[in-house]
Design a protein around this ligand. Sequence first.
Ligand code: DGJ
Length: 725
Amino acid sequence: MIHYSQKTKNFTLISKQTQLTLAVLESGHLCTMYFGKKIGEVDLNYLLAHQRDANYMAFADGIVDFQPEILPLTFPSFGHPDLRTPAFQIMHENGNRISDFRFESYKIHEGKPPLKGLPSSHVSGKVQTLEICLKDQTKEEFLFLFISVFEDYDVMSQHIVFENRTAQSVVIKKMLSLNLPFLQDHYELVTLGGAWGRETHVDVRQLHMGSQGIDSKRGISGHGQNPFVALQEIGTGEEHGEVYGAGLVYSGNFVATAEVDMHENVNLQLGINPFDFSWTVLSGESFTTPEAVFTYSDQGLNKMSHIFHRFIIDCILPPLWKNKERPILVNSWEAAYFDFDRPVLLELAKASAEVGAELFVLDDGWFGQRNADNSSLGDWEPNEEKLGGSLESLVEEVNNLGLSFGIWVEPEMISPKSNLFEKHPDWVISCEGYTPQLSRNQMVLDVSREDVQEYIIEKMDRIFSIKGISYVKWDMNRSITDAGSLRLEAYQQEEQAHRYVLGLYKIFETLTTRHPDILFEGCAGGGGRFDLGTLCYTPQVWSSDCTDPITRLSIQKGLSLFYPSITMGSHVSAVPNHQTGRITSLETRGAVAMAGNLGYELSIPDLETSEKEEVKKQIAFYKKNRELIQFGIHYRLQTVHPENEKAWMKKSRNGKMIYVTYISILSTPNTLPKRLRLLGLEEGAYYKNVETGERYLGSELLNIGLVLPKITSDFSSAEWIFEKQ
Ligand code: DGJ
């Protein structure tokens, strides 16, 4: 529900359990009075009564003590007179960077408008959008704030459109998507970060005065930081405490900061990174920011995750894929790397079919002269000599084994050793006079160019049209350095990074529309582009190149804060693990991989017979419980020794089935098994352990918990399935 009161000049936006209240002050400044638990439509203007009591701030409009710097401004500008970090900045032809946008008008729409050139959430259930128009006091410049309320999901979203109706062009130096002010700072900042092979580890830090946060300048959202951020009340846990979470529907350079000002208030900001960014808006043109989505939980992190998971499945993933179960795949990468021929592939495919896998994925190395990572990116012609015939015939042979066929591509890249580079050296992202630096022996195509976009679309379309290809892994194996475009004008060079992302979205949009039945899996050297922008096109993402189950515990836990299990590619690989050298049991590798979309990434033909039997059992178990695992409600469970023990459970959407996983990292001598309390069960209902037949009351499992097994070795795991009676 969205309502505007003429009397109080308050906008009240209410979902089932949350509320956002904005107010238009007499001066026309727009303020965010409240965001949090639903309180109902009340006049909140009194909240600003003391805001004039601060000292040493500049006044606005010549009114003594009217100090916008201490107001919770919804979309603050800089220097007129607010001196906090602004949400945007616009430079004019005369060099002026001051703006003064005040309330002009509003509209309420049913549903929500699409975003020009950008992916965004789609409507599910009751959605209304508040469009607020702010106008600069001296110029024909307009800011439109679009705030959508997804009533049934308890999620709100916001994007901004800037319109230049002046006769001159202007330069946007900064234009964020969201600025969320809070009238206190008693919070911790929660972010997800790491590096290649150890992405999305949860990081929690207490807020201090000044600005703190994360960003990406890597051209992609990146392994280092993820475009998700939350503020949590100090002391928040999985089941208690207030949390405000936000994510950006964007796959490029971003910034997420929390700035604590001099009066212990905090502004949470999220949007395109203003570093190395500017955008010229010609007279009569506009600029649209990506969409930010945000929510509030009054019951800790698990509830925030549940809200986002439901929303991402229903409103972010391509509608055709949102309810589709995902196949169990076998991927050739860690099984063979570049070293294969047709017999090797067919042997792997045959063994995969025998253990019950459903999809065979041919990873890197099938095209051009690509027998190592130093050539052929861009030359998307199958290497028929290596494949022992045409790609079409290989697909057919694999299909005949009862497996569907998937293929790896990395379309945004170009190898210096490639026909494409010989023909189009100017297609590379580079700055005049500098030879672009290599990473993994490759350079990046300037995807902001239309000719490059057309080339990629044409080449990929040809491959994706091969009969029998039902899955595509879309990889991207380096960050973007030397950001510049040989085609853009000098004044547009700082637009390159954003233009790249827009170009990528155009390619994704075209190819996914032409091939709606193909399951796309996003990937950027693992989880380097795990974000909501990517998920609008690829309903799942390869979470990390590290398949070691112990490292995966932190990666997958971090992902689960924001992203639902159905988006998370999760594979069993060989031991010793290729990244960590760790030896873990097949049981534990399976248990951890079964938190997401299960796959195998090892040479199945090389397994012992007993191991093959175990893989068969794992696959059979997964098939039986696939709906529960992929779409169940995911709870992170509290363990007695959180550093050494991890546990989670999934509850089917109808509440009938429960799947619990417990992992102990290092074993400790002379300990007695403790108990693991479950969550989200019905107190008075009975739950039957499907394997042993034992029955427990929901209240027992909630308050006493499951008795854990005695742990006698490192990297142990235990799993339980319960059925509600
Ligand atoms: C990086 C991916 O994350 C891997 O899974 C694999 O596809 C390689 N690229 C192939 O080059």
